[in-house]
Design a protein around this ligand. Structure first.
Ligand SMILES: *Cc1c(COP(=O)(O)O)cnc(C)c1O
Length: 419
């Protein structure tokens, strides 16, 4: 459920007409709904009651500090994968004690920054990373709280580029090596073992892979505890899917929570969750303008002012986004290809999509663009990153401005020998 609806013949974000925002800031732009973000967080967290839990929003889904702030005010922690994301979480008011640091390639500099900040937990993904962290912690006179990220060898059934829990994926400690690495960690003076973590993928549309993975993690937790290892926290990652197609029917937060509670029943631990897409995905849209309608080779192309550099999911993951006219249209439907202006054949958002007849200057909105949209954008073709707008009730604010061409060029320099 979201708060992007038609009223008075036009699409609104909460109580603000999108056409009004387009007039004020130009197109394309991302627009996020505060009420939707709040609702998704609340539904997820409340479904998991009464478990002792910390919901760490996965910042990479949408890392604008205003978005993180909304969630921080509701009590969310943050799951981060870089120093930049730690800095964003802190800037948004997430206490260090609620930050979990994931990722396979944490550098010594990033670990040092995280340790000085006093984060809650490092999710360690390999033996070399464990030893590197111990060394950095020793040099700072600190103890690093860790969980090992375990790879449960479960296929999440999602797209191959967003599956992370199969043994051939780069993530986590292989199941067979788990006992051994905990034994090594226990001997390190500057490491404090706190628990286990896992994360099997993203946009998961079936509850069964979660149930299988969580059962394996529970069994492992029991074995490790029996072996004298301190397992007081279990981090179950993120990955719950959201509807992109109207007919999509992902497990609800309630279904997911029921599985967690059933599988983990009676285990005395604190539980950590890392939802990203579930919180942000349907809380945002991308608004773009039709630049040209081109008839060529027997096809109709709607050429937009947004490109794959602004929203890469369709070209990168073959992802589907619902694309709708911002002005409610009763015009006859036709099959069109919806494309961007970038000089790449892959800069295509939709092929043979049924759309009303539209003309240059008309606005379209991509639904479900709040997660892995702005955060995956680039300046390819020297196209400036587009603005991000936050709506709350009847008001809106620019939460990331568009850089001017001068600001972009100012960061580059021609060396003296070329002058
Ligand atoms: C990306 C990621 C998440 C969030 O995944 P969603 O599918 O957006 O919920 C959580 N944990 C880790 C370790 C991740 O890499």
């Amino acid at each position: 459920m979201d708060y992007f609806n038609y009223k008075k013949g036009g699409l609104y974000a909460e109580n603000v007409p999108l056409a009004e925002i387009a007039d004020a800031v130009g197109t394309p732009f991302y627009c996020y709904s505060s009420a939707t973000l709040e609702r998704h967080y609340a539904v997820f967290s409340e479904s998991l009651a009464p478990l002792d839990r910390l919901v760490c929003y996965a910042v990479k889904a949408n890392s604008n500090i205003a978005v993180i702030k909304i969630l921080a005010k509701l009590g969310a922690g943050a799951d981060v994968v870089s120093e930049g994301e730690i800095r964003r979480a802190l800037a948004a008011g997430v206490p260090a004690k609620k930050i979990v640091f994931s990722g396979v390639g944490k550098t010594a500099a990033e670990m040092g920054f995280a340790l000085k900040t006093g984060i809650y937990q490092f999710n360690v993904e390999s033996e070399p990373e464990l030893f590197a962290l111990n060394e950095v912690a020793e040099s700072l006179g600190k103890k690093a709280p860790i969980a090992f990220r375990v790879n449960p060898d479960i296929d999440s059934g999602s797209h191959k580029k967003i599956s992370t829990g199969r043994k051939e994926d780069k993530f986590g400690i292989a199941f067979a090596d788990v006992q051994n690495i905990y034994d090594k960690a226990k001997k390190l003076k500057n490491i404090e073992v706190k628990g286990i973590s896992t994360h099997i993928g993203s946009q998961i549309m079936d509850i069964a892979p979660f149930a299988r993975a969580f059962a394996k993690i529970r069994e492992l937790a029991e074995e490790l505890k029996a072996h004298g290892t301190n397992i007081e926290r279990i981090d179950l990652g993120g990955g719950l899917g959201i509807p992109y197609y109207g007919s999509d029917n992902p497990p609800s937060p309630r279904d997911y929570a029921d599985v967690v509670k059933k599988v983990m029943h009676g285990l005395d631990c604190k539980f950590i969750f890392e939802p990203g897409r579930l919180i942000a995905g349907n809380s945002g849209i991308l608004v773009s303008k039709l630049v040209y309608v081109k008839n060529s080779g027997g096809r109709i192309f709607y050429i937009l002012d947004a490109g794959m550099n602004d929203l890469i999911r369709p070209s990168f993951y073959d992802a589907y986004h619902e694309i709708i006219s911002v002005k409610k249209s009763t015009a006859k439907k036709q099959l069109v290809d919806i494309v961007g202006p970038v000089c790449e054949t892959g800069d295509v958002f939709a092929i043979q999509r049924e759309m009303p007849a539209m003309k240059p200057g008309d606005l379209v909105a991509f639904r479900s663009a709040g997660a892995y949209g702005a955060t995956m954008s680039s300046t390819y073709n020297s196209r400036p990153l587009i603005p991000e707008i936050l709506v709350q009730g009847g008001k809106f604010a620019v939460i990331r401005k568009k850089l001017t061409y001068d600001e972009i060029l100012a960061s580059e320099k021609i060396p003296g020998w070329l002058k």
